[in-house]
Design a protein around this ligand. Structure first.
Ligand code: SF4
Length: 433
């Protein structure tokens, strides 16, 4: 079927003031490492509510000229010569995985992009269309269901109920300043509450949200600067579990380091929680680096873990996580231990088109899932400069043969029909659903 028969999605660009407009005669283009693909209606979805448009400085948009049927790097507005234009990308709402990155060419002095994901986006039938797919139907972080006035009411109420709880004060900043959906849900009594605890980390992820050392990009959240006590942690968790249906409480948030390094307060906190309530799910988002510590926490009552990884290949993992004092084999040991203990294991698969759908990564992932007790893949968009990431990974993996993100998900689903796909940590009531 020639490209001419498909209905193209119109290209979107922005002027110097950041005003977004579409370009007649040009289709939006997506990229995955070196590959360029024009967007069509059939390969895109309506842009989900709650997403944002991003303006990309120091870069030129790559679009598809529907007359010449060729890709072009636009250095100026074709309808206003001399006027600079810039690429536009979509930072999609949680629950959606991007299948293509917004296509652009960097200027020679381009600075690194901040910590967001840069999905391909265009305009069609009177609306924004994005290259992506929904991987989780849950409306856990649907901002339309999280009214600010209700959050503020929740903050005021908690101030009265927990006047000296420092963690509750910290979560106020997370909810009201950083806009953290997990912290907002805590004050609203919905779904999953965050339990940030750790000030330190034994990894140095390129895209760490809470600590960017010697880096040109800002961290998106300030790392927690105190260690809450077991009582403070337990008070937050018990409060949330008692008032929330199918509640989840999670250690390991964007505003902290690695929770396994704070096990000395987390272990007694879990025991306090389980002494007070039997319901609710105690989860840990972790880099999974310390199996012996995980064993202690499972004994204490930890129900599930979500292990972050950008790749299941040691060299690619190492290039992104830059581990200190542990290796990928420790992470694998932690996952196997959790499986032996009957605990629910998700992998927080930080994916990016152009790397995650490379044949070598796909083959490695299928083997990994065959060999290790992973029950769920959370297909999370990697929030990092895509071109810089491909460069880093390119030095570790020479294979650029891509199958496409939608086909990757189909391949995994066919091979492992009982494996859960999603974006959010499930409550234990859904571990087997
Ligand atoms: S494991 Fe988490 S806290 Fe540690 S460097 Fe990576 S993103 Fe940051």
């Amino acid at each position: 079927m020639s490209r001419r028969s498909k209905r193209f999605v119109r290209a979107l660009v922005a002027n110097e003031q950041g005003k977004i407009f579409d370009l007649d005669g040009y289709a939006a283009a997506g990229m995955a490492c070196g590959e360029l693909i024009p967007l069509t209606d059939s390969d895109t979805i309506n842009m989900p509510a709650g997403g944002e448009h991003l303006f990309l400085p120091d870069r030129r948009p790559i679009v598809y000229n529907t007359s010449s049927e060729d890709f072009e790097v636009l250095t100026e507005n074709p309808y206003a010569p001399g006027k600079q234009i810039f690429p536009v990308a979509a930072f999609n709402a949680p629950g959606y995985t991007i299948s293509l990155v917004s296509a652009y060419a960097e200027e020679s002095d381009a600075v690194q992009l901040p910590l967001f994901s840069y999905g391909a986006v265009g305009w069609s039938r009177g609306g924004f269309r994005v290259a992506g797919l929904r991987v989780d139907p849950e409306r856990r972080q649907d901002l339309r269901l999280m009214p600010l006035d209700k959050i503020k009411k929740g903050v005021t109420k908690l101030r009265r109920q927990m006047p000296s709880n420092r963690l509750s004060r910290h979560l106020e900043t997370c909810a009201l300043t950083y806009g953290c959906p997990a912290a907002k849900n805590f004050f609203l009594g919905r779904y999953e509450a965050p339990l940030p605890t750790s000030r330190n980390c034994n990894a140095r992820c390129l895209g760490c949200l809470s600590l960017q050392e010697k880096s040109s990009i800002p961290s998106t959240q300030k790392r927690i600067d105190f260690t809450p006590s077991p009582d403070e942690i337990a008070q937050i968790a018990i409060h949330h579990i008692k008032r929330t249906r199918r509640a989840v409480v999670s250690f390991g948030q964007g505003c902290e380091g690695e929770p396994l390094l704070a096990a000395d307060v987390i272990e007694p906190a879990i025991r306090l929680i389980r002494k007070a309530v039997r319901s609710g799910t105690i989860n840990m988002n972790t880099n999974g680096s310390l199996p012996a510590v995980l064993e202690r926490l499972f004994e204490a009552g930890l129900d599930s873990i979500r292990v972050s990884m950008n790749s299941v290949r040691k060299s690619c993992y190492g290039a992104y996580f830059r581990p200190r004092g542990y290796g990928f084999s420790d992470v694998v040991d932690g996952i196997d231990l959790a499986g032996r203990k009957g605990k629910f294991v998700s992998i927080n698969y930080l994916n990016l088109p152009g790397f995650t759908d490379a044949k070598s990564e796909v083959a490695a992932l299928l083997c990994f899932l065959e060999d290790h007790p992973v029950r769920m893949i959370q297909w999370r968009n990697l929030n990092y400069d895509p071109v810089r990431y491909w460069q880093v990974m390119g030095s570790r993996s020479k294979d650029h043969e891509l199958i496409g993100i939608p086909r990757l998900l189909d391949r995994v689903r066919q091979a492992f029909p009982r494996l859960k796909f999603g974006y959010f940590n499930p409550p234990r009531e859904k571990f087997t659903v």
